[in-house]
Design a protein around this ligand. Sequence first.
Ligand code: SF4
Ligand code: SF4
Length: 575
Amino acid sequence: MIRYVCKYTPIELFAGFGVSCKPLEAMASQYPDADRLGHANLCGFGKSVIQAVGDGDAEELVLVNCCDVMRRVADIARKSGKCRFLFLLDLPHEDIACSRSLFVREILRLKDAYTRYSGKEFSVERFLSAFVPEKKASGTYIGLVGARADASLAAFVSQKTGYPVENHTCLGNRFVPRPEGTGDAMWDAYAAALLAQIPCVRMDRNVGRSALYHDPQLAGVVYHAMKFCDFSQMECNEALASCSVPSIRIETDYTTQSEGQLATRLEAFRETLDKTKEPPMKIRDGFVAGIDSGSTSTDVVVMDQNQTIVASVILPTGRGARASGEEALGKALEEAGISRDQVARVVATGYGRDSFGDDQRITEISCHAKGAHFLDPSVRTVIDIGGQDSKAIRLDEAGGVVNFAMNDKCAAGTGRFLEMMARALDMDIDQMARMGDTANEKIVISSMCTVFAESEVVSLVAKNKDVGDIVYALDASVASKIAVLVGRVGLTEPVMLTGGVAKNPGVVHALERKLSVPLAISPYGATVRGHRSGIVRLGEMTGFPPWENFSKTAGKLFSFLPFVIIIRVLVAYGS
Ligand code: SF4
Ligand code: SF4
């Protein structure tokens, strides 16, 4: 059984030898052999192949030399002695005449190598009967492009977006028509057909992929970028800019644990795809409640038909999302003096939103968009810096999400990063927020990684650097990380800043310097620039206490979450 990793592999050739082939691309949860044998920056897919070789699952293996990672993987596989047959296919980077003739030679070199290894005879009849007709899906679909995505990731994208997915990454949708002619003409046609497939991320010319982006059946594009895969990281922005349909970038490290991280992004993407499809919900009778089930606090707001807030409760999410949500809702109903039966709709957002059964769930992305629009309809970009994640969201005139980007698994650019750095500086987060608005000495924190940044901070302290200067540098580091997210969605003014970190003037000013735009922020934060009317309206509606008291109640990093809940309620009203 030949294992192969790439759609350009001439698998029909092996059928000519009477040998079957099977793709090798499944994700695993961890790659202990690869972590021991390869270097730290191998992409997750490269590690998965090393692991499969180590586990004895790839005794006969055909690889392609499409990148440095694959060459390293081939070296390690060869050295392991666990592959009886290992062939590294020299793959051209283009589909032009001379590349095709080089590829013919390569296919024939593979044929000779396998003949020598197996002693089997090649049959042209068997070869020609191995070609299968193209399977073309009908109806609208999501195109999954970029770095390799295995079947489980494609299925996850389909489940979360609600559309069938065509996987155009390394092994998806392989289609090679049966070559015409005999002898050299047949091999020429075979090489040409292999290279004429929809080009992968590794190919220099992506004309075929550009055509794909304008397919009338295409509902949206999900671009998969993989950690440590230079090709996908480099191509992504250009690819998404050429799409005429909604698109989103997701990033994984090619482990099965990646899926959980992607759920919010993909669900928010679905909401952007569906916004033109579904009429807004109208609830005109009874009260509505919004639950924001966050990782640290669970917040509930109840609103009446007039969109007046009648109760609001904030509790720690100590006992799990469902239990804390029910408790907070119970307390809010008590505060409002109403029963559960009088609540026409409960809607949930936040990390724990899936715990709330059949009630409507909406992602924090759409909530923030609606919220910002509610506060100030002129806002076109929302930056949210929360405790666990950061987002940049671009809005249209109606408050719909045009595009958004979130931080990946990494804590850099979030409240958590600041919290850890405050600990390294032996201060609390409030003390830190009062520093770092000016600097005497320019210090640069070069590491984006939270763990390495912490080491940098420790060594700066050991060198007796001024703590205010270190905080200034840390604020600038957060601003740089956020600027990358904003760059992905495209900065359009006016810009609103939300999230607990909006209370930190050092970060606010660092971000304003970095983006060269003023930021409108929460009335509970230290600075409000412009757009007061919308913000004051929220303040009047909520009746929340001023920032100082509020932060004590809600926890230091999650001060702006009620904003999200209110908007959840508004969403339920179809406002
Ligand atoms: S990136 Fe392209 S050449 Fe490399 S394995 Fe994937 S499909 Fe093959
Ligand atoms: S994901 Fe990127 S780096 Fe990894 S093997 Fe494929 S092309 Fe190479």
